[in-house]
Design a protein around this ligand. Sequence first.
Ligand code: ADE
Ligand code: ZN
Length: 352
Amino acid sequence: MEALRPDLSDAEFVAAMPKVELHVHIEGTLEPATLFDLAEANGIALPYDSPDGVLEFQTSQKTAGTENLTNFLNCLDISRGVLRTADDYRRMTLDFLRRCRAEGVRHVEVMFDPQQAIRQGVPFGDCMEGITQGRAEGRRDHGVRSEWIMCFQRDHPADEAYALIAEADPFRTEIVGIGVDNFETPGFPAHFQPTYDRARERGYRLTAHCDVNQPDSRQHIRACIEDLGVERIDHGLNTVDDPALIDLVFERDIALTGCPTFYAGQESAPIERLDMIRALLDSGIRISLNTDDPAQFGSGWINNTLVAAMQSAPFSRAEIVRFMQHGIDSAWIDDDYRLELTAELDAFIHGG
Ligand code: ADE
Ligand code: ZN
């Protein structure tokens, strides 16, 4: 069968495709140059000599497998430690939405970690004001629509998460859903049950990270679905290891947000992850492709990730479009907007 849009190279095809992204952490979009600016403005000493040092250090901390989540998060902690004011959050948000426009992203759902902000002296309300302002400016100046997901850090007290659900009431219209991220600690996810129940009562959409190849990944995925009642799982690739779990994810129509790239300077995506993603796609599960922490991984923005996945797996152009349609179908948006995005994607593949 002839490839879609034979008039375009792979890179042109991906760049021109109207895109959505559902799994990206705002703190992971901080670019090394901005990091240095913010560190200087906030009087924070970084353990690097120059912006290049950020990715060099991170790369040196990573091992070849996927078990490097802990190392990555330790590096990320150094970077996100420079965020100290509401305006830092505004600037980071606006920079990212400008980047989305350049990448051809139409709609993005972005996670943020309020506990990190609070620990660093940015009160929750200030963090929300910064994001809210950046979000509005991004929509106005760059035409990118964004929804925001409040993520709780699994290695910090669940009581903090529970309290934040009520503290967020004044910002209810700015936050579409909740999730959990950071280190996957023992006991997860049971101790977040009250938080998820409280969020559900308020009408928040629910997701949770189940990172790749973590201890008890499969049990965590099952418990997030059966107990917390999530509609999406961030990563969740270990679903593929268990036929009963594949059935559960499929039957409950749970969306997975896969992230194929995670190394600095990566032109290709690791084959182990791609094999998992391929098997999940082939089993009919609604999986999308996303960047996670594009600047902090150093793995590049969404177009780079899609081309890397497409050429490494390999995936056909039709399969890349399927991933994108899964993203549109899993987005937390109203049906009119979903139809509009679907029509745009359709027009693109037919040469529009
Ligand atoms: N925070 C940022 N990226 C993350 C990831 N992949 N897993 C858990 N927490 C994160
Ligand atoms: Zn993530």
